[in-house]
Design a protein around this ligand. Sequence first.
Ligand SMILES: [Zn+2]
Ligand SMILES: [Zn+2]
Length: 308
Amino acid sequence: MVDNAGAGLSRRRVLTLGALAGATVLGTGLSGGKASAASAPAIFYSPHQDDEALGLAGSILEHKAAGRPVYLVLVTRGENDSLASLMNTDPCPLTTRDDRHPCAAHGHHGLNWPTGEASDSVIVPARTAEFMASAATLGVDKVINLKVPDSVWANEPDAFAKFTSTVKSKIASIAAQYPGASHKFTAGWLEVTKTHKAITDAAVQLARAGKLTDVRFNFVYAYDHPLSSRADGAAYVLNIPADHMGTKRDAIYCYNRWSPSKNLYALGYHSVPEKMESAHNDPHEYVFALPNSSYKYGEIDRPRTDWS
Ligand SMILES: [Zn+2]
Ligand SMILES: [Zn+2]
């Protein structure tokens, strides 16, 4: 455990492995490929600073262990004004909620960060410091920071389409630069965040156009759901080996470390404490194949059973 976060993260769930029995195992694509494909990188795309630790880490370590170079792409800048306001609040809201969470700063931040758009100057580098610590912990071979403004939230009618288009062109450039690479995204159609859905839309469009090969989608919000339904519709459930799970937890702890001299303010944990704890306690990742022709582009929110 890092710093003061022990109480919450040490909670354990009893895993019901039988709940995962419904998943069809299609394999990971790690074996049986051509030699040239084996040396091409596996490229993982994290929409925000935290998604890689929550739901990609086990797969990253799996590919590293198989000898593949792993590149980790941070897609957006991760602007988050409400997080700045939260960190300015004293006592820490995590310690005063009904479902209390530990605060790595002992419940008192003493911060006076700018809010509104001005918060970007503090929040973006601090979230990125956590991401870089996580990436180093996971041992990725390269970090590619696209620094795309998270403009999907902009108050204009075509914000979603514009953001999708921007991301699509950047992913296409990466794919062209690394022929034979595999591409791993998050399963945005299962994840309510508009940003995740837009990035997934871009990936699906590129895959259908033949511009991306070997595309998979990790369900990084699976840990919000009951264990019994996390694998519904998944092509593959990764059972994360104990040593890899230890490393994944170390990556999660990068988001709950209070070390202001290193620009580390436990922002990830303050942002999504339940996700962090739940992912910490489930040694599985849920990997989906390219969705079928019923997939709908754009901002939609459908029950995940539609997509199985
Ligand atoms: Zn995210
Ligand atoms: Zn706090």
